[in-house]
Design a protein around this ligand. Structure first.
Ligand code: FAD
Length: 420
């Protein structure tokens, strides 16, 4: 078969969730006419990697074979997309296939640009340099952190958009706690060097996080962007303002710069920065109405998280089905909801939930979610993984919006059942 009604690029959090939603839509009988183009035989639940790097979870819990997650009836094309022709409505792959589509969902995630930091690729995973953002390196991260004997421990965040902008500091909090329990904290300086101008995109949570970092003695250096690593001398070069600052490290946790997958821009689907250029509410492409996008590769101006996708997938699937059904005006509008469970230590978590569009908090639970809580920690470690594998990827979890509306209704004394 060389053509499908719906082709989905990427079988990650976004692609599988949308496919599952479409496949289970009554009346549409779409599943036999959906293809997911995904090169990887392993699917990763990446939010677990913060916990893998800190020894709380094992790496094996973060992965499942892709074939087990492809919805029944949906075709898996094990290839990598190299180009889309949105006029001819075709997708070309690395291995020379051309697949025709009527409707396209672009969800290939974000590209990690390890090679943009000179010295990083050759030293990642050894000599004190690690990262929870790499499937390989994360497997050695905990050994490196617990084996640390003191000195300068530096945790970096780049100046580019990244997925889960909270994770670079989460691992700093968890590592600091490990240094403390291993008795090496006294001979250690812990720094969080971020290329961003703030500790977190939402100031509401940012203020709480600034205090938490200070209480742990973590030095937060804003506007401090990793430029290069010199593995021979164990030095990291940062750009701070107009200056270059060189710092010695004994442990360096690196989050690499990230960017939109190149083929999106090269196919005429990108905005000025290369992200798939869609309406921020309907997720329909600005130029091609039969193209939609969500997740990390999209231009949606909210934080790039799996939590955001829980909401995006629902609206996208509804809008896509409406367009397939011949409608031209789309009513399902995504509000920018995103969430970031910021683990700040064992049994401690700040549950940031907000709209990436106006940075207003969108909290689900009836407590001040800026405070560190064991409840939030249990959700992150025990509930969210199951929610991801068994509900989100099966197309039946649309995020906490209904719960939030009900809880907020009760708080305001006006219980409401809020349909989605
Ligand atoms: P992905 O899940 O990355 O999937 C993209 C898929 O597309 C991949 O399977 C890839 O193989 C495939 N692909 C790539 N290029 C092509 C191509 N050319 N053709 C075809 N297929 C292609 N989110 C949270 O909500 N909470 C958290 O606590 C959290 N913590 C995180 C911690 C870490 C360390 C990391 C790395 C991420 C974290 N995230 C968190 C972010 C979350 O994992 C991502 O936002 C989410 O996975 C994005 O989904 P996606 O489908 O857009 O991309």
């Amino acid at each position: 078969k060389d053509g499908y009604k719906v082709v989905i690029i990427g079988g990650g959090a976004a692609g599988i969730t949308v496919a599952a939603k479409l496949a289970r839509t009554p009346g549409f009988h779409l599943s036999s006419d959906i293809a997911i183009v995904e090169p990887s035989t392993e699917h990763f639940y990446q939010p677990l990697w913060t916990l893998v790097g800190s020894g709380i979870k094992s790496f094996s819990e973060s992965s499942k074979p892709t074939r087990e997650l492809i919805p029944l009836g949906t075709q898996w094309l094990k290839s990598r997309v190299s180009k889309v022709d949105p006029v001819k409505q075709t997708v070309s792959t690395d291995d020379g296939k051309t697949v025709k589509y009527d409707f396209l969902v672009v969800a290939p995630g974000i590209s990690l640009d390890w090679d943009k930091v000179p010295g990083l690729v050759s030293t990642l995973g050894k000599d004190g340099v690690t990262s929870i953002y790499s499937a390989q390196a994360v497997q050695g991260a905990y050994d490196m952190i617990r084996g640390f004997q003191g000195g300068n421990a530096i945790f970096t965040q780049p100046a580019t958009p990244i997925k889960c902008a909270g994770a670079p500091q989460k691992i700093a909090y968890l590592a600091e706690e490990i240094f403390r329990s291993n008795g090496v904290r006294d001979k250690t300086s812990v720094k969080f060097n971020t290329g961003m101008g703030k500790i977190f995109s939402s100031d509401y949570y940012g203020e709480a996080l600034t205090k938490i970092a200070a209480s742990k003695g973590i030095e937060v250096n804003l506007g401090t962007n990793l430029l290069a690593i010199k593995p021979e001398s164990k030095e990291a070069v940062f750009k701070k303002g107009a200056q270059e600052v060189v710092e010695k490290y004994s442990l360096l946790h690196v989050v690499p710069p990230m960017s939109a997958p190149k083929f999106i821009g090269e196919s005429g689907l990108g905005n000025a920065d290369g992200w798939c250029n869609v309406d921020k509410h309907t997720m329909q492409h600005a130029k091609y109405p039969n193209v939609f996008s969500l997740g990390d590769a999209s231009s949606l101006p909210t934080s790039k998280t799996a939590a955001a996708i829980t909401a995006q997938a629902k609206y996208l699937a509804d809008n896509l089905l409406a367009v397939i059904g011949g409608e031209t005006v789309l009513h399902n509008k995504y509000d920018g909801y995103t969430a970031c469970p910021l683990v700040t230590g064992k049994n401690k978590l700040v549950m940031a939930e907000f709209s990436g569009y106006d940075f207003e908090p969108l909290e689900t639970f009836p407590y001040d979610q800026r405070t560190e809580s064991a409840f939030g920690y249990t959700l992150k470690t025990e509930v969210f993984p199951a929610l991801y594998w068994d509900y989100m990827l099966k197309g039946v979890w649309d995020g906490p919006r209904k719960i939030r509306n009900a809880v907020q209704g009760v708080i305001k004394g006006e219980p409401v059942y809020a349909p989605y």
